[in-house]
Design a protein around this ligand. Structure first.
Ligand SMILES: Nc1ncnc2c1ncn2[C@@H]1O[C@H](COP(=O)(O)OP(=O)(O)O)[C@@H](O)[C@H]1O
Ligand SMILES: [Mg+2]
Ligand SMILES: [Zn+2]
Length: 539
C-alpha cells in the first residue's frame, strides 16, 4: 500500500526534527535530567512537527535505552509503541472522537499504573476541539495528575483553550519552518526516494509550503507522481503555479505598454486552464518581491527565491521605478479583490493589464506618480517633452475657435497671505491679457526646486490678466499636483524667485478639441466639466 511521503518520513527522533531547535533541545534536556512535566502543550502552525514531537516524547519517556534524550526506536517498548501493542500510550484525536466520553474514560483509567512502560502518556491532538464538558473533565485530571501520567496536548489554536488548562501545561511554540530548512528536508526525502529535485524546484516547493513541512512533502509527492526528475517546470505544471518567467514576461509587457503582448499572455494562460485569481495573487507576490529588492540592499529572508531567480528579479526590479512597481501592485490588488467577487475573471484580468499598459487610463495616485516618473526621466535624459498640445494660449486675445475658460484662482498656500508684498506691475486695463515672458525663468527655478511640477509645466506658458498670473496648460496632472500644499508653496516660491515679484496665481485652460485625442484623461476631465459632473479620483 502506498504511504504518503510525509507519513513515511515522519521523524522518529528529536535530532531528526528540523527547524524546531528551541523545542527539541529543551525537551531533550528535560529527558536527560529527568525533570519531566506532567502536562505539555505543543502549539503552532499546522504541519510543523507538533504531533511528530508528541509521538517522539511518548516513546522517549518510556524507552529502555534512550540516547541523549532521543528514543532508541529499537527496544521492545519503542517498537511496541510504534505498532500500538503497548497500551500505555494513548492518542486521542479531539477533532474526530467524541471528546467528553474519551476524556471520561481517560479519567477513570489514569489511576492505574502503566502496564509495561514507566509512564502512561496521553496525546490529545487538536485539543481545542474538545467540548466545554470535556475540558472540565480534563481539567479535573490535570489538577491532580498521578505521578506516572504525562499529558501532551497539541493544537494549532491555542487561543481557544481555557486559561485554566493553559496554566497547568508547560508550553512549547512551534515556528513556521524556514524555507531553506524545508527545501533541505525535501532534498533529503527526495534522495532517499531516488528522486532528483533541482535547487530551484525545491525552493519553489518550500515557498509554496509557506512554513509547513507537511505541505512541502505533500507537494513533493504530487510532483513525484508525474516525474522522477523534478524541476521548476514540473512544480509549475503540478501545482498550477505560474512560472517566474511568465510573471516576468507579463511585467515586462505592462512596463513597456505592450498591450497586445500582455493580452496574448493572459490568453495563453487562460487556455491552459490557469486560474486567474491565482495568477493575480502570484503576480502580486512577484511584484512585492521586486518592490523589496528595489528598496533593500540585502533582502535576506524577505525574498524567498533560488539564487538565479533572485538575480533575474533583481534585474527586473532595477529596470522599473518604484512608482511603477507600486502602481502595478495597486492595480493588481484591486483586481484581486474584484476577482474574489466572482466577476468574469478573464475579462477582469484583461482590464487590469490594459489599465497597466496605458497609465493614461488610470487616474489613481500611483498611476499619476508613474506618469510623473516617466516625464522626469524624459526631462532628465534631455528628451523634449512631447509637444502634443498646441501652444496653450495665443499671444493675441483668445479667438473664438479656441474658447478659453478661466478657473478659480489656485488655492493660496497658507504662508503667502501677503497682499502688500512687492506688487506685480499693474495690468494696463482690466480684462487685458499680456504675454508673460518671465515664465521661462519660473520654469527654470522649478526644474531644480520641484522636478514633478516642472515636468508637467514644461510646455506651458503664462499670461498676465488683471494683475493675476494665469498658467496656461492643458496637462491634467498639473491640477492633481497643485492640490498638494507643498507643491503650491514651491510654485509660489519659484514665481517669486524667477520674476522678483509675487503674483496671485490662476489656471488658464484652453479646450482645443481637435488636438485632444492625445490624452484620454484630459478628454475625460473635460467631458466631466462640460457636463457639470464633478470629476472625482478614480474608482
Ligand atoms: N519539524 C519537522 N521536521 C521534519 N519533518 C516534519 C516537521 N514538521 C512536520 N514534518 C513532516 O510533516 C508531517 C506532519 O507533521 P506533524 O508533526 O503531524 O505536524 P503538526 O504540527 O500539524 O502536528 C510529518 O510526518 C513530517 O513528515
Ligand atoms: Mg498534528
Ligand atoms: Zn527505545
Amino acid at each position: 500500500m502506498y504511504q504518503a511521503l510525509y507519513r513515511k518520513w515522519r521523524p522518529r527522533t528529536f535530532s531528526d526534527v528540523c527547524g524546531q531547535d528551541t523545542v527539541t533541545t529543551a525537551l531533550k534536556n528535560e529527558l536527560q535530567t529527568g525533570r519531566l512535566s506532567h502536562a505539555y502543550l505543543f502549539t503552532g502552525c499546522r504541519g510543523t512537527g507538533k504531533t511528530t514531537c508528541a509521538k517522539i516524547l511518548a516513546k522517549a519517556v518510556n524507552c529502555q535505552s534512550p540516547v541523549e534524550g532521543d528514543p532508541c526506536n529499537e527496544c521492545a517498548l519503542c517498537r511496541g509503541i510504534d505498532d500500538g501493542s503497548v497500551l500505555d500510550v494513548t492518542e486521542i484525536d479531539a477533532a474526530s472522537n467524541n471528546g467528553v466520553d474519551s476524556i471520561r474514560e481517560l479519567r477513570d483509567e489514569v489511576a492505574f499504573t502503566p502496564v509495561s512502560g514507566k509512564y502512561r502518556v496521553y496525546i490529545i491532538d487538536e485539543v481545542h476541539m474538545l467540548s466545554a464538558g470535556a475540558f472540565n473533565a480534563l481539567l479535573k485530571t490535570l489538577e491532580e495528575p498521578p505521578a506516572h501520567v504525562i499529558f501532551i496536548l497539541a493544537t494549532t489554536e491555542v487561543h481557544k483553550l481555557p486559561a485554566t488548562i493553559l496554566s497547568r501545561c508547560q508550553r512549547f511554540d512551534f515556528n513556521r519552518i524556514r524555507p531553506e530548512a524545508i527545501a533541505a528536508r525535501i532534498q533529503y526525502v527526495a534522495e532517499q526516494e531516488g528522486l532528483t529535485v533541482t535547487e530551484e524546484a525545491a525552493m519553489l516547493l518550500a515557498r509554496l509550503a509557506d512554513g509547513a513541512l507537511r505541505d512541502g512533502l505533500s507537494l513533493l509527492d504530487q510532483c513525484a507522481s508525474v516525474a522522477r526528475h523534478i524541476d521548476a517546470d514540473t512544480v509549475a505544471a503540478v501545482t498550477g503555479m505560474a512560472s517566474q518567467e511568465v510573471l516576468a514576461a507579463l511585467t515586462a509587457c505592462v512596463a513597456a505598454g505592450d498591450a497586445a503582448g500582455a493580452l496574448e499572455q493572459i490568453d495563453r494562460l487562460h487556455r491552459s486552464a490557469k486560474d486567474m485569481e491565482r495568477l493575480c495573487a502570484e503576480w502580486v507576490t512577484y511584484m512585492r518581491n521586486l518592490m523589496v529588492l528595489h528598496s533593500v540592499k540585502e533582502p535576506g529572508e524577505l525574498v524567498i527565491a533560488a539564487p538565479q531567480e533572485l538575480e533575474q528579479m533583481r534585474k527586473a526590479a532595477a529596470g522599473l521605478g518604484l512608482p511603477t512597481i507600486l502602481h502595478i501592485m495597486e492595480v493588481l490588488q484591486s483586481t484581486l479583490e474584484r476577482l474574489k467577487g466572482g466577476v468574469s475573471r478573464r475579462v477582469e484580468m484583461e482590464m487590469a493589464v490594459l489599465r497597466l499598459c496605458d497609465p493614461r487610463l488610470d487616474t489613481g495616485t500611483a498611476a499619476l506618480l508613474h506618469r510623473i516618473e516617466t516625464l522626469e526621466n524624459q526631462v532628465r535624459s534631455g528628451v523634449p517633452v512631447a509637444q502634443t498640445a498646441p501652444p496653450a494660449v495665443p499671444a493675441t486675445p483668445v479667438s473664438a475657435t479656441a474658447p478659453a475658460t478661466e478657473e478659480p484662482p489656485l488655492p493660496e498656500p497658507p504662508d503667502t497671505a501677503k497682499p502688500e508684498a512687492p506688487t506685480a506691475p499693474a495690468a494696463s486695463a482690466p480684462g487685458d491679457e499680456q504675454p508673460f515672458p518671465q515664465w521661462a525663468a519660473v520654469l527654470e527655478v522649478l526644474m531644480t526646486s520641484c522636478p514633478p511640477l516642472f515636468g508637467v509645466l514644461a510646455d506651458s506658458s503664462a499670461i498676465l490678466k488683471d494683475g493675476k498670473l494665469l498658467i496656461c496648460t492643458n496637462n491634467p496632472l498639473f491640477s492633481e499636483l497643485i492640490k498638494d500644499s507643498g507643491n503650491q508653496k514651491l510654485l509660489t516660491e519659484a514665481v517669486q524667485k524667477g520674476t522678483g515679484s509675487s503674483y496671485r496665481l490662476g489656471l488658464r485652460r484652453t479646450h482645443v478639441v481637435a488636438k485632444q485625442e492625445a490624452d484620454p484623461l484630459t478628454q475625460l476631465l473635460a467631458a466631466g466639466r462640460a457636463a457639470g459632473v464633478p470629476v472625482t479620483e478614480k474608482e
